[in-house]
Design a protein around this ligand. Structure first.
Ligand SMILES: Nc1nc2c(ncn2[C@@H]2O[C@H](COP(=O)(O)OP(=O)(O)OP(=O)(O)O)[C@@H](O)[C@H]2O)c(=O)[nH]1
Ligand SMILES: [K+]
Ligand SMILES: [Mg+2]
Length: 367
């Protein structure tokens, strides 16, 4: 029997041979959905390896976790050791790192966990090398550093993206704005608030039918593609920001460096010579979207040395209280907030649901 990987290849080949037009779009939609279902088998937890004791499971510490993904010997461990002070063996031979090595670093008062991971190889998602364990860890990170060696072909970038995409990780993308409501009758009703240029009704019908959905209303609020629709139907996609860390720039010319700067979401560095690391750390901070809130005990000035660090989307006054102590929220009368989230500079009286912003100051008043 053909392996899942072989079946995937077969469908991918057929899709690349089929020209998209009115006559083929239903068929292409079907293929696309079939492909997604096969790939789902690869995402399902592998029965072999990766269990406890392999060393991939590490305790999470800090406010966010950044995972390093890349081919062997691109300099992941060199960078991780430099950032965290945690020794992760770096050497000139491939597969020096064989397990997850955690470290922590402090960025603008927030503790960030860094996970140095083993190098992966092409075909990792299909079970080659330790790739699947590496990718399983990557799925749980708040940010991924895709580390690349600038002396190696840029094709490596596409290969890594393909490996991660293949297991449902979507890099630097937001969830597609497609809303699906299953119905009992009425067929497939499609509405769109923007013109749809990447998908037609035949494709939508084919994909729905592959997912055994015959009655539903589907609202497109963005110019989504067929793959986006499949992503929403599959439902287990993970949207993670990624930074392309272009390492070893000490090996290239200034002209070549200029070209690298054109790659979106990238930061060129040298981990051996420690070049441009400040830009990398600042970019990392921006992408993590952490929210620092300073406490203000009574009339004393705020404590700027130890912010309470919250994550975007979970940064209300209530979340702030919970981060300090789980009892506090029950006794909260109101809070006074100073900073960007406050309507006026003299401070704003707010309740539990008020959303805080980075570098706000928050003073709590008890009942
Ligand atoms: N020229 C140059 N060499 C580097 C740089 N960073 C790392 N290296 C070298 O690249 C080799 C591999 O570095 P590692 O840090 O072990 O790479 P890795 O990605 O962790 O490798 P694996 O754990 O085997 O996947 C070592 O010989 C490093 O000294 C850099 O910025 N410039
Ligand atoms: K190495
Ligand atoms: Mg390593």
């Amino acid at each position: 029997m053909a392996t899942t990987a072989a079946k995937i290849k077969e469908i991918e080949d057929e899709m690349s041979k089929t020209q998209k037009n009115k006559a083929t779009s239903y068929h292409l939609g079907q293929l696309r959905a079939k492909l997604a279902k096969l790939k789902r088998e690869l995402i399902a937890p592998a029965s072999s390896g990766g269990g406890p004791g392999v060393g991939f499971d590490v305790a999470r510490t800090g406010m966010a976790t950044v995972g390093f993904v890349g081919f062997p010997s691109v300099g992941k461990s060199t960078l991780m050791s430099g950032l965290t002070g945690q020794d992760s063996l770096a050497a000139a031979y491939e597969f020096t790192t064989l397990t997850t090595v955690p470290g922590t670093m402090n960025v603008h008062g927030a503790s960030i966990q860094i996970l140095d991971l083993p190098g992966i190889i092409e075909g990792a998602k299909d079970g080659k090398g330790r790739g699947r364990q590496v990718i399983a860890v990557a799925r749980t990170c708040q940010l991924i550093f895709i580390v690349l060696d600038v002396c190696k072909p840029l094709r490596d970038k596409a290969l890594l993206e393909h490996e991660l995409e293949g297991v449902g990780i979507r890099l630097n993308k937001t969830r597609p704005n497609i809303y699906i409501q299953r119905k009992d009758k009425g067929g497939i009703a499609v509405t769109n608030t923007v013109p749809l240029t990447k998908i037609d009704h035949d494709e939508i019908r084919a994909i729905c039918s592959e997912y055994k959905m015959s009655n539903a209303s589907i609202a497109f609020r963005s110019d989504a593609s067929a793959d986006d629709l499949v992503d929403v139907l599959e439902g287990n996609r993970i949207y993670i920001p990624a930074i392309y860390v272009l390492n070893k720039i000490d090996q290239i010319s200034i002209q070549e460096l200029d070209l690298l700067y054109k790659i979106p979401n990238s930061v060129p560095i040298s981990s051996r010579m420690w070049l441009n690391i400040d830009e990398l750390v600042e970019t990392m901070w921006d992408r993590l979207k952490l929210v620092r809130v300073y406490t203000k005990p009574g009339k004393a000035p705020p404590d700027y040395s130890a912010p309470v660090v919250l994550r975007e989307g979970r940064c209300t006054v209530g979340d702030f209280c919970d981060a300090i102590h789980k009892e506090i929220k029950n006794n909260l009368k109101y809070a006074v907030v100073y900073g960007r989230s406050a309507r006026h500079s003299k401070g704003q009286k707010v309740g539990e649901s008020h959303v805080l912003m980075d570098e706000d100051i928050c003073r709590l008043f008890k009942r």
